[in-house]
Ligand binder design. Structure first.
Ligand code: SDX
Length: 427
């Protein structure tokens, strides 16, 4: 018998079961609240709401802990690969060598896109934001792969999942190529997932592209850090879209649209733009004061998080990766110094301490991506590329739950009560 949470309302007393997970906060199961009390809960922004049960990713915001199927993000970032993490998220366990080889073989052979899909790019302006292209092209995938849109068929779910994970690098690289006016490059099956992406992005037909191992490793690690993150806004969007029975390509396009926002995945682009706007460290105090000013909409982009009230463990790995990439490419970027000093000043400022605002995954990622050669407009597209693994894994977890229902929140209505229509000559 589970513990019961008691609620007194309307002169009545009610009990609701308390449920415990393997770790993290217990939940009060209020699924019968409306039927019993005629009342809804009220939680705009879902600050205290568990929307689902999941075994994929666990975050302890107070301790700065992030686990994927129980494995700490720091270990996965150091020891694993993006393809292995993708397998883990999709299949619950780390693969053995044979399982990993088979998975990589399958993903590799889905990296090509339908040749007609290339024509979609011609419809965009050359200066279209890559996220606008990703929304459109990924949503259009469902028009090409009718043989993998029956979500009730586990085999079709599997093929669609593999297609999405495999084709995102190709689609993202094509968005970049279209923006810079260079020809698209086809994937090469003898390259790694990440090496293939780097070549399709930065390679040119006139010469062989040499994948730099340190850059490939850094990029692969960045993909790992962005793979999944519990029920964030874009993942919740994918789950909500999927709950209606929409096909996984459409659900992923919905996730891309949500991720684009500067409060979410768009923060990596906004953070680097902010660092460039700040310019030199002597300007930092002015921007810190602006971030604290309630009348100023300016916020420190790449700082703060709904869940982490401690250091985002991904930011720790990201900062370390900046140094590795700078050393490998022998680059120096004064903006990194500005970022380090901004972090130092902010973390010692009472405002940021009191509100528990720490750098998040987006604070340093832009510096690395910029050093590798990506324009800021591509940063969120890279986030979407990596997060597709999490979206697909979360979607599969939801769809394979026989008890899942369409998501349909209610509201606190504060509009007019019923009134009669007034003809226009009487208004
Ligand atoms: C991602 O959810 C996820 O897991 C997301 C993500 C993932 O992997 O999927 O981790 C990826 O989206 C990371 C977050 C990227 N966004 C940014 O870096 C944008 C800047 N950060 C903020 O917009 C904000 O911190 C959020 C959106 C991230 C979190 O917002 P919350 O939880 O709704 O918190 P809040 O806006 O209510 O802020 C609490 C207080 C507020 O002050 P008060 O109204 O209480 O006085 O802190 C202040 C805010 O004004 N605050 C900031 C701030 N972030 C919050 N003040 C200055 N600079 C900031 N960055």
């Amino acid at each position: 018998m589970s513990d019961q949470a008691k609620l007194q309302t309307g002169g009545e007393s009610y009990e609701f079961p308390e449920l415990s997970g393997t770790c993290g906060p217990d939940v009060v199961d209020i699924r019968k609240l409306y039927a019993k009390t005629g009342q809804f809960t009220y939680d705009p922004g879902f600050t205290s709401t568990a929307s689902c049960e999941s075994g994929l990713t666990f975050i302890d915001g107070e301790e700065g802990v992030l686990l994927h199927r129980g494995y700490p993000i720091g270990q996965l970032a150091e020891e694993s690969s993006f393809m292995e993490v993708a397998y883990l998220l999709l299949n619950k366990e780390l693969p053995n060598q044979g399982e990993l080889d088979d998975f990589i073989y399958t993903i590799t052979r889905h990296t090509m896109v339908h040749d007609q899909l290339r024509q979609f790019y011609q419809g965009f302006r050359r200066d279209a934001h890559p996220m606008a292209i990703m929304c459109g092209v990924v949503g259009a995938l469902s028009a090409f792969y009718h043989d993998s849109t029956d979500i009730s068929d586990p085999e079709q779910r599997k093929i669609a999942s593999h297609r999405l994970i495999a084709k995102m690098p190709t689609i993202a690289a094509m968005a970049y190529k279209y923006a810079v006016g260079q020809p698209f490059l086809q994937p090469k099956n003898d390259l790694s997932y990440t090496g293939n992406f780097l070549r399709m992005t930065f390679g040119v037909p006139a010469e062989e592209y040499e994948v730099i191992p340190a850059v490939e490793k850094a990029m692969d690690r960045i993909f790992i850090l962005h793979a999944d993150h519990e029920q964030n806004a874009s993942t919740s969007t994918v789950r909500l879209a999927g709950s209606s029975g929409a096909n996984p390509f459409a659900c992923t396009a919905a996730g891309i649209a949500c991720l684009w926002g500067p409060a979410h995945g768009g923060a990596n682009e906004a953070a680097l733009n902010m660092l460039h706007e700040i310019g030199t460290p002597d300007k930092i105090p002015h921007y810190i004061e602006r971030a604290k000013d309630k009348n100023d909409p300016f916020r420190l982009m790449g700082f703060g998080h709904r869940v982490y009230k401690n250091y985002d463990p991904r930011a720790t790995v990201m900062q370390k990766t900046v140094r590795e990439v700078f050393e490998a490419l022998d680059v120096k970027d004064p903006v990194f110094e500005t970022a380090l000093q901004l972090e130092e000043i902010a973390l010692n400022d009472p405002y940021f301490q009191e509100k528990k605002l720490f750098p998040n995954v987006d604070f340093y990622s832009g510096i690395i991506l910029s050093a590798i050669g990506f324009p800021t407009t591509m940063f969120t597209a890279l986030f979407a590329l990596a997060r597709t693994v999490g979206w697909v894994a979360q979607w599969n977890e939801m769809i394979s739950d026989p008890g899942q229902k369409i998501g349909r929140p209610r509201q606190l209505y504060t509009g007019p009560t019923q009134r009669d229509y007034v003809s226009i000559d009487k208004r």
